[in-house]
Design a protein around this ligand. Structure first.
Ligand code: NAD
Ligand code: MG
Length: 400
């Protein structure tokens, strides 16, 4: 092709909801971008060998065959086959340390961090240590280790570019404004239980909790949206991404998921970013920033009525929010333990072992019982992560 540049992209978590949307964005950019060829240099999946291989086989759409496929679950080694056709020169590697290898490889320009949960921490941190541009979907990395990640990215010059739609919206609203931000206003859809009673929430099943009204997402984040723990994690994510204290962050419920978030400036003026709910837009913007190119996400239609409503959050039915503000306020080790407890509790709820409303109760208990440190090292955070998982499992056995 005659395009002057290449962007080598490592998509970690390529088989997931964000990962497959990212692949679509790369294929689209290869049709519309006249500046860069977007090459899927590396892609990872956990143990879905067929899923990742099938995705990569479409090599022509992804700027050429990938250099390597990474399977983070080492037990898949025995099910790997020789690759043929367009993938015959593609390397296959396995084991979690290969995520770090791909994230820090000198040929990689951009890392899309789309693994779910704490499992994304080491590779995201490796990308930051290597001074990469990091399109960050994996919010849990900032929840667990936000202080450390920001300190390291300042040292290495790495850029953290938000993929989460709320944070992308805030980033777009702030743009290069030299003006002081008074408040970030995160919008929340309210999830499937926005109008449910407390009794209905106690009786919630995995099936009802997974049925999100406006977004199609992975299972973990879908449950997080139902408890509004997702918004709690996003409060913490915003605190670190935009370096603002918790008391300058607010949450408002906006059921239509069209206003993706807002920024209030010193003079009271509020800017918002609007688009129909579709992750391809924030993913693409993280990749092409500061350029805006045509996007496959559908635009807002003007020939129909859109109702944009805002309502206050119900802190009684959604106690996760208060926990999120607390973690954002104290920082330190709090995020690591709350995140670990939440990952365990979500898993137990999905296995019918605890009630929906126990999820946040377990998280709060673990947070209150942990030995807080203000400036933890990575090894302290990892130790507390393991501790919190054990505690949460025990604590859940008590409530279940
Ligand atoms: P998903 O469950 O659909 O995909 C998760 C990906 O991570 C898969 O590729 C999976 O193979 C991989 N993975 C799972 N466990 C792993 C492990 N132990 N080690 C290595 N890789 C592992 O999740 P998703 O919905 O795509 O979410 C990914 C991240 O993006 C999450 O942090 C989520 O909060 C964030 N996010 C998602 C959305 C969305 O619309 N889905 C929106 C905003 C932010
Ligand atoms: Mg979000």
């Amino acid at each position: 092709s005659t395009r002057p540049g290449v962007q080598n992209v490592a998509v970690l978590g390529a088989t997931g909801s964000i990962g497959t949307a990212t692949a679509e964005v790369l294929a689209h950019l290869n049709r519309v971008d006249d500046r860069y060829r977007w090459r899927l240099w590396a892609a990872s999946g956990h143990h879905n060998v067929k899923g990742l291989t099938d995705l990569a086989r479409d090599a022509a759409r992804f700027g050429g065959p990938p250099e390597r496929l990474v399977f983070s679950d080492p037990t898949v080694q025995s099910s790997l086959r020789n690759l043929e056709g367009p993938l015959q020169a593609t390397e296959q590697r396995w084991g979690p340390e290969e995520l770090v290898g791909a994230a820090s490889h000198p040929e990689v320009d951009v890392v899309v961090a789309a693994i779910v949960g704490r499992a994304g921490l080491e590779s995201t941190l490796a990308a930051v240590e290597s001074g990469k541009r990091v399109a960050l979907a994996n919010k849990e990395t900032l929840v667990v280790a936000g202080g450390l990640v920001q300190e390291r990215s300042r040292a290495t010059g790495a850029q953290l570019l938000p993929v989460d739609s709320e944070h992308s919206a805030i980033w777009q609203c702030i743009a290069d404004s030299p003006n002081r931000v008074r408040r970030l206003i995160l919008t929340a859809s309210g999830g499937p239980f926005r109008t449910a009673t407390a009794a209905q929430m106690e009786a919630a099943t995995p099936e009802t909790a997974l049925a999100h009204p406006t977004w199609q997402m992975g299972r973990k984040i879908s449950i997080d949206s139902a408890t509004m723990m997702n918004k709690a994690l996003e409060i913490i994510e915003a605190r670190w991404l935009f370096d603002l204290p918790a008391d300058q962050i607010e949450v408002v419920v906006h059921p239509q998921s069209i206003i993706h978030s807002m920024v209030e400036f010193e003079d009271g003026s509020v800017l918002a970013q609007l688009s129909p709910p579709d992750m391809r837009l924030p993913i693409q913007y993280a990749l092409t920033h500061p350029r805006r190119l045509p996007c496959e996400a559908p635009p807002l239609q003007r020939n129909r009525r859109w109702d944009l409503s805002l309502e206050p959050v119900d802190l009684e039915r959604f106690p996760a929010l208060d926990l999120g503000f607390q973690v954002a306020r104290v920082g330190g080790t709090a995020g690591a333990v709350v995140n670990a407890a939440n990952e365990v509790a979500v898993g137990l709820f999905l296995n019918d072992q605890i009630r929906f409303t126990d999820i946040v109760t377990v998280c709060r208990k673990i947070m209150e019982n942990h030995t807080f440190e203000e400036r933890p090292t990575l090894s302290t955070l990892l130790r507390l992560d393991r501790w919190a998982r054990e505690e949460a499992t025990e604590c859940a056995a008590g409530v279940g």
